[in-house]
Write a protein that binds this ligand. Structure first.
Ligand SMILES: [Zn+2]
Ligand SMILES: [Zn+2]
Length: 456
């Protein structure tokens, strides 16, 4: 590379740096950037002794093309956030469609109805989810398993009996050790079967949407100013106060049409109404079909739980998913209970089912925390723990917890320890429990019958 070529290259690099620097931190196009870049490029040209006019012109062109490219990117970003149509920013389809129509010189009514239809299409699926979630909640809110922890635990045990019958022992033992996850799975299953038939709901939902559109269109009767805004407002009202109440839809139609659709007022009122109805009905009809009921229900159950948590209705809440630090039995209080007033409490299970063993003999324990409390025993966490924790000091050792004093049998958990003693010992690499009480040897089908009876 000769010296001229090197100067040329250096100058080019400097131009790139100048443009980058000038653009840095700019949030939208402004003229000052261009003049500042031109000045700096000229300085650079002089510095590198570039004198030929054709060369100078090439540098200017280069700087200009770089500037234009970077400014387009910056401006696009800015418009996405700040333009008049920023409310549609999340939906590129709406914007594309709008600009497409503008460029084809579409009439204002067409622009308006098309925008409304697109707004509806983009919100329809989440609005339907929202509708089914609230409907499901109304269906389940009187279910015992939702407000009676013991009843829920029976449902969980019933699910375990199904798994045991299918010989899925590993799964059962894993669930016992991971009660939070197990609880969530059972809760979602219980909710899923209560979700109303999605095909039927979808048909009903669409007809309610069409009703709302019709009412909103009729509400523009006799309006001679602000037709577009009136229609948008009425539609929003329908979605906030009408038959189909939807936060998602009412907020989607919080649209300010000021300065955009006044020309719609020149349109024949009947024609305007017809166009609105036609375009929106088409949008409703053309929404893609939903997933099959089973798949939909599975996806929606967690949303129902989420919805319940936001309601903060103390009587209808999922359970607290904390569990006893010693025996892994779930807490029987409601979710988010204030442990200062109502500490965590459990029906403690035979601790061997989660691998609790005797410190010295390494044999699985059959006792519950409540029995250990009575015996004034200690629990050790791992081989390094030589101090241990006293059951009698449970509340102190495990802040937020009540003393383990509930004395209730856990038939299924007892059955599991007695029946899968060997499997449990293998899983936790310890010795089986040598002295499982005779009362723990039960018959699975009897336990199942009992659970079913108590649940109903
Ligand atoms: Zn316990
Ligand atoms: Zn709790």
């Amino acid at each position: 590379m000769n010296s001229k070529e090197m100067a040329d290259k250096a100058c080019e690099k400097s131009v790139e740096a100048i443009v980058d620097r000038a653009a840095a931190g700019k949030i939208c196009y402004d003229k000052s950037i261009v003049s500042s870049i031109i000045q700096q490029v000229d300085t650079e040209i002089t510095k590198n002794n570039i004198t030929e006019n054709s060369e100078i012109s090439r540098k200017h062109t280069y700087g200009q093309s770089l500037t234009v490219a970077v400014m387009i990117t910056i401006q696009d970003e800015w418009e996405k956030k700040n333009s008049v149509y920023a409310k549609f920013e999340c939906s590129k389809g709406i914007m594309r469609n709008y600009f497409d129509l503008v460029s084809k010189g579409a009439a204002k009514t067409k622009l308006f109805t098309s925008t409304m239809a697109n707004t509806l299409s983009s919100a329809i699926h989440s609005a339907f989810d929202e509708e089914v979630v609230t409907r499901t909640f109304k269906i389940i809110c009187n279910e015992r398993w939702l407000f009676d922890a013991r009843n829920m635990h029976k449902h969980m045990d019933l699910h375990l009996t199904d798994l045991l019958e299918e010989k899925r022992i590993d799964q059962v033992l894993d669930y016992l050790r991971d009660p939070k996850r197990f609880y969530t799975i059972v809760l979602h299953r219980l909710i899923a079967v209560k979700i109303p038939n999605v095909e039927e709901e979808w048909i009903l939902f669409k007809s309610q949407l069409k009703d709302a559109v019709k009412k909103a269109a009729l509400a523009t009767n006799g309006v001679d100013k602000g037709l577009a805004q009136t229609f948008a407002n009425q539609l929003r009202n329908e979605f906030s106060e009408g038959r189909l109440q939807s936060d998602i839809l009412s907020s989607a139609f919080s649209i300010d049409c000021t300065g955009e659709y006044e020309e719609c007022d020149n349109e024949d009122e009947k024609k305007f109404q017809e166009d609105c109805e036609k375009e929106l009905d088409q949008a409703i009809d053309s929404v893609g079909s939903l997933k099959c009921h089973e798949e939909f229900a599975k996806e929606l159950s967690p949303k129902v739980v989420q919805y319940m948590k936001t309601l903060k209705n103390q009587t209808v809440l999922p359970r607290c998913d904390s569990y006893c630090p010693c025996c892994f039995s779930l807490c029987i209080e409601a979710v988010n209970h204030n442990t200062a007033d109502r500490p965590h409490d459990s029906v403690h299970q035979p601790s061997g089912v989660v691998g609790v063993r005797d410190r010295h003999s390494k044999e699985l324990c059959y006792t519950t925390c409540s029995q250990r409390y009575e015996e004034d025993a200690k629990i050790y966490f791992g081989d390094e723990d030589i101090v241990g924790k006293k059951f009698k000091e449970f509340t102190k050792e495990f802040p937020g917890w009540k003393d383990p004093r509930i004395k209730e049998d856990s038939p299924l958990r007892e059955y599991i320890l007695a029946t899968y003693n060997k499997e449990l010992a293998e899983k936790y690499r310890v010795k089986p429990c040598p002295n499982v009480p005779a009362s723990y040897f039960r018959v699975l089908s009897t336990i199942k019958e009992q659970l079913k009876m108590e649940i109903d």
